[in-house]
Write a protein that binds this ligand. Structure first.
Ligand code: UD1
Ligand code: UDP
Length: 356
């Protein structure tokens, strides 16, 4: 069985690591295509090294740009590769433009698509991620949904075949890296942080970075929350702040994006996490750390229903209040995304279904 994997953005490197490992263990030949959507060392290279993913076989070097131009450049290059390579399965993750380009190129050439992280929905078609995941779910042959809720979303859209609720591969990534992070990461010492005495923040969603009022309100809430805030800043957000001349207040510590091992440590020891990242909401939940999501909706309602995540939008007062006062019921189980093992289930399903 020949699998061709298309990835390109930071969260996809985290998600692919355990699946690539499971493919290798099953003796499957995997060709890895990196679209080049993310390209800074701290947004890309470090993940390949830390997570032991081998160098991509192809880097398309597409880089940044408007959605149409970026997606089109990927589509063209992936199509050329597929015509030469003819895999049995094209594997994509999540909801970025790289996911869409991979899926679309493949389905037109009748290469069946496997979508890992199928099913989450925000019901907001102004989010590029919502558009991408809906389109990719509708063109996929295998839809690997992390949760039952995701499968229900798919059923509501009429997708009932090919759906497999397997749990979340991010649980596997975390499970495979946590011990190493605890042993090797020095980030808490380097930043002189004490466990439980700082807030971790990440912001990169388009609606927050491209709207000055929202970005300022979030930074205001963080700056006034009465605690040191560690803020590994996405290049998109750094550029938006520089372009708008936006200043920060309080004890807000802007640092470059960190690698996955450092991130796991920063998450696990934080008093609270303030984020608009889908992956970080899940990791907060898995780490048992209260999460304050600066969005109005989430693709991961499981975290809210379990009491570990609050959606506050870009509300400075709510951020400040919840950092100080949000204490989830720690007795609540945190197993919404399943036990480790999603990656193996994905590979087993593909091996069962695919005739090379
Ligand atoms: C993308 C995904 C988003 C995902 C996020 C993960 C889409 C539509 N969006 O958003 O779903 O949550 O990745 O982080 O696919 N930049 C750099 N260096 C890099 C990468 C980006 O400087 O290595 C800057 C560029 O100015 C670029 C901007 O960040 O224009 C945005 O990058 P892009 O990949 O278009 O979208 P993200 O906001 O990263
Ligand atoms: N992440 C990281 N370093 C950072 C910020 C995030 O390693 O500085 C990891 C994080 O732990 C998670 C993934 O990147 O595994 C989430 O990616 P991101 O927030 O960029 O995208 P999203 O999940 O919102 O699509």
């Amino acid at each position: 069985v020949k699998v061709l994997t298309v990835v390109g953005a930071r969260p996809q490197f985290v998600k692919m690591a355990p699946v690539s490992r499971a493919l290798a263990e099953a003796g499957v030949k995997e060709t890895v295509v990196h679209t080049g959507q993310h390209y800074d060392e701290g947004m890309s290279g470090i993940f390949f090294r830390e997570l032991g993913i081998r160098e991509p076989d192809h880097n398309l070097g597409v880089g940044s740009g408007p959605h149409g131009a970026q997606t089109a450049a990927m589509l063209k290059a992936i199509e050329e590769l597929l015509l030469k390579n003819r895999p049995d399965v094209l594997l994509v993750y999540g909801d970025t433009n790289s996911t869409l380009a991979g899926g679309l190129a493949a389905v037109k050439l009748h290469v069946p698509v496997a979508h890992v992280e199928a099913g989450p929905r925000n019901r907001d078609m102004r989010m590029p991620e919502e558009v991408n995941r809906i389109l990719v779910d509708h063109l996929s042959t295998w839809l690997f949904a992390p949760t039952r809720h995701g499968a229900e979303n798919l059923a509501q859209e009429g997708i009932r075949t090919g759906v497999h609720v397997v749990g979340d591969v991010m649980v596997d990534s975390m499970h495979q890296s946590l011990e190493r992070a605890q042993r090797d990461s020095r980030i808490l010492q380097r930043l002189e942080l004490q466990a439980g005495r700082y807030v971790l923040a990440t912001i990169h969603r388009a609606d927050n970075t491209d709207d000055r009022r929202r970005l300022e309100a979030i930074l205001d809430g963080l700056g006034n929350c009465g605690m040191p805030v560690v803020f590994p800043i996405h290049p998109r957000t750094r550029k938006a702040m520089a372009a708008g001349g936006i200043k920060t207040s309080g004890d807000l510590r802007l640092i470059d994006p960190v690698g996955y091992l450092d991130m796991l440590m920063l998450e696990g020891s934080a008093k609270a996490i303030v984020t608009d990242s889908g992956g970080v909401q899940k990791e907060a939940y898995l780490s048992g750390v209260p999460c304050i999501t600066v969005q109005e909706t989430t693709g991961w309602p499981e975290t809210v229903e379990a009491g570990w995540n609050r959606l506050v939008g870009a509300n400075a007062h709510a951020i400040k209040d919840l950092v100080q006062n949000f204490r989830p019921d720690t007795q609540q189980l945190r197993d919404a995304f399943g036990p480790p093992g999603a990656s193996k289930k994905i590979v087993d399903t593909l091996l069962k279904d695919v005739q090379p």
